[in-house]
Design a protein around this ligand. Structure first.
Ligand SMILES: Nc1ncnc2c1ncn2[C@@H]1O[C@H](COP(=O)(O)OP(=O)(O)OP(=O)(O)O)[C@@H](O)[C@H]1O
Length: 535
């Protein structure tokens, strides 16, 4: 009503009313008033038990704040409200003595900041209530029911630990959801994370539960994450719980069938231009080989579960020195998503800066070809030697001939001071991730099927049987499914994801990602930077 009245006055242009109208109508004030209403309602109910009701209130307020404009304060408030473990300590009961002791103090939480509580301190009383003989849950209830100041009487641990922890940064190689983990000592104190996220590990004192923050939110207090050892154990247990199915594990299925585009490529403006290193995958063969592959999460007889054996990868910040070689740019994506189109456009935009690697082949050189321009023509024996000595990033067979991209070919481009841009099947990522190449991996992701129906109207795909076929509904569906699988299995290695919806925009994003990779600091595996790095 007040706003309606003001609106009328505002229209009549009464002095100052416009400002007042804007103020009262502003979303932040509305949110504030709603929060005030919530709090009044909560107080009026005098709720028991307090914790459950308070959690409901907490959720309501977080919801209201979500609607409010995102100022720095509101973000901070939401963070605080979403962190119910903020008091920052967990307790446990000693199995033999029955003593209640502080199990751990969460870094950055209230207890930590007070500097008064340490892991190992024995609790004697909480707010005047003796805790002897109580279960940890009963102690938590006393804490939950207390309002205002909380008083602890405790016997300090005899030798308080001297903090000599060094901070370590890791890339998570698996997802973790504390609320779904029955083993976590305190689910509220857990830190959920997704594969690929960079975590700052601040405490590794406990062999099973470490404390960590996300580098994207270093102001937050730390949360519990399973230690390397524990996560490996969980993965192993999960692996063993899966039905046994003999199959080719992904690590060993590096060989797949490739189709190398032998014709010249048509340039953007219709002229015939040849850009070396452009190969098209044989979609049907890949489709067949993909459907034969099963996820490594299913048990197989070979050692494929070793790919699960490193739940965290230690990383460091790396900034390429302008005099250093460029980082290799690898594009990954499902067949037909536009990896080659984007790569071609990038190289065509500045051939002096970007280049592809010249592939090797065992097929016979044609009269108009030149060794080292279209391909490096080598004997089968030489090719196989390169494969056995791990000099191929990926290779495949087509019509009885071998084709592949070698590390030497990439090295040649990098030695010329250019940026080498290649596309790779995701199974090849592990081979390319070396100290020497320091690859920056960009995942080209399809947009939604409904968007692709529009954008891919004039697009053409190449299959085993047809060249220049229109995209069918099943091709789009397959692209979406394949992208999901790639993200699920290899997402932890992607430094950047570009959705190829509008071609111009995706090309611009690719150009800026490539420069970003070369000129700005990035998280890279720590072994790439150590002087005695392997390989
Ligand atoms: N964003 C886009 N909008 C419209 N058409 C696109 C877009 N991206 C790619 N295309 C077209 O889609 C077709 C397939 O693209 P491209 O050949 O680059 O696929 P690819 O990922 O390299 O797959 P493959 O390895 O199977 O050839 C081409 O005709 C290309 O011009």
């Amino acid at each position: 009503l007040v706003l309606q009245e003001l609106s009328l006055l505002c229209k009549r242009d009464v002095n100052g009313v416009g400002v007042l109208y804007d103020l009262l109508g502003s979303r932040w004030l509305q949110a504030l008033l709603k929060i005030y209403e919530c709090l009044q309602h909560y107080l009026g109910k005098r709720p028991v038990p307090v914790t459950l009701q308070a959690r409901a209130l907490n959720r309501e307020v977080v919801e209201l704040l979500r609607e409010a404009p995102q100022s720095g304060e509101i973000k901070e408030l939401r963070r605080l409200l979403r962190a119910p473990h903020l008091k920052g300590a967990t307790i446990k009961r000693h199995e033999i003595t029955g003593d209640i002791t502080v199990a751990r103090v969460i870094h950055g939480g209230l207890a930590d900041r007070s500097g008064l509580l340490y892991a190992g301190d024995k609790l004697v009383e909480v707010n005047g209530v003796p805790v002897e003989g109580l279960e940890p849950e009963q102690v938590i209830n006393i804490l939950a029911l207390s309002q205002g100041t909380i008083m602890f009487k405790l016997i300090p641990v005899s030798d308080r630990p001297v903090s000599n922890q060094t901070t370590v940064y890791v890339r998570a190689m698996a997802d973790y959801w504390p609320l779904q983990d029955p083993a976590i000592p305190c689910a509220d104190a857990g830190l959920p994370f997704k594969k690929g996220e960079i975590l700052q590990i601040v405490d590794q004192n406990d062999a099973l539960w470490w404390q960590a923050r996300k580098v994207s939110d270093l102001s937050a207090c730390a949360g519990l994450i399973p230690s390397n050892h524990l996560l490996k154990r969980k993965q192993r247990e999960f692996w063993w719980s899966q039905p046994f199915q003999p199959h080719l594990c992904l690590k060993s299925s590096m060989l797949f069938v490739l189709h190398i585009l032998e014709e010249e490529e048509f340039g953007e403006f219709g002229q015939r231009v040849f850009i070396a290193g452009f190969r098209r995958s044989m979609r049907l063969c890949r489709r067949k080989s993909r459907t034969n592959q099963q996820s490594c999460y299913t048990r197989c007889p070979s050692s494929c579960y070793s790919s699960l054996a490193a739940p965290y990868e230690e990383v460091v910040r790396y900034q390429r020195h302008p005099a250093d070689r460029h980082r290799l740019i690898i594009l990954v994506g499902p067949a037909g998503v536009g990896v080659n189109e984007l790569r071609r456009r990038l190289i065509a935009s500045n051939p002096r800066e970007f280049r592809s690697a010249i592939p090797h082949t065992t097929r016979v050189q044609k009269s108009y070809e030149m060794n080292g321009r279209e391909y490096h023509y080598v004997s089968k024996e030489t090719f196989e030697n390169m494969v056995y000595s791990h000099r191929m990033l990926e290779y495949g067979e087509y019509k009885g001939y071998l084709y592949g991209t070698s590390i030497d070919a990439v090295r040649t481009v990098l030695d010329e001071g250019k940026i080498c841009v290649i596309d790779l099947e995701p199974q090849g990522i592990q081979v390319a991730r070396t100290h020497e190449l320091k690859p920056y991996i960009i995942f080209i992701k399809p947009s939604s099927i409904s968007c692709m129906r529009q954008t891919r109207k004039n697009a053409r795909i190449i299959t085993d049987y047809y060249v220049n076929m229109k995209f069918k509904e099943e091709d789009l569906q397959e692209m979406e499914d394949s992208a999901k699988k790639m993200e699920a299995q290899f997402g932890q290695f992607f430094d950047q994801v570009i959705v190829n919806d509008n071609l111009q925009e995706a090309s611009a994003q690719l150009l800026s990602a490539v420069h970003h990779a070369q000129d700005e600091p990035q998280w890279v595996p720590a072994v790439w930077i150590c002087s005695d790095a392997q390989p």
